[in-house]
Design a protein around this ligand. Sequence first.
Ligand code: IDP
Length: 152
Amino acid sequence: MEETTFIMIKPDGVQRRLVAPIIARFENRGLTLVAIKMVNTSEALIDQHYAELVNKPFYPGLKQYMLSGPVIAMVWKGKAAAALGRAIVGATNPKESAPGTIRGDFCNDVGRNVIHASDSVESAKREIALWFKPEELVHYVPCDLGWVYENV
Ligand code: IDP
């Protein structure tokens, strides 16, 4: 229940006014919002965030996309938060994302797939440390936990 994951609404999600519907998907699933901020990204931050992809042929386009406007950076907490976050977001390529997932409901093209979710607990730790200072994470106990989880 203490696991956290990093979720980011990409520039197209912000421009297309999808912030509220996207956040609702995570709240509806019983995850707890721990941190949120709007960020004007920088080249250095995007290069670090996507360090594993910098040599891919699509990276220049990805970087331009990620620098094209503000993003919403978030940390969500809950049981299996990283795996659940990926399930809520859907497959990388929207053509393969199931309906009911964010990408399956709101996008079409892999290069405009509106949202990022950490792909593992380890990635989440790295990404949270990259995007947030420790004091920006606000931990509290939501009053409905016993209704979200069988064993609290
Ligand atoms: P993920 O976002 O589902 O974790 P990654 O493989 O880590 O997927 O790729 C990061 C991002 O790079 C994707 O979300 C997508 O925006 C972009 N991307 C991945 N593959 C391609 C591609 O083949 N063409 C264009 N953009 C891509």
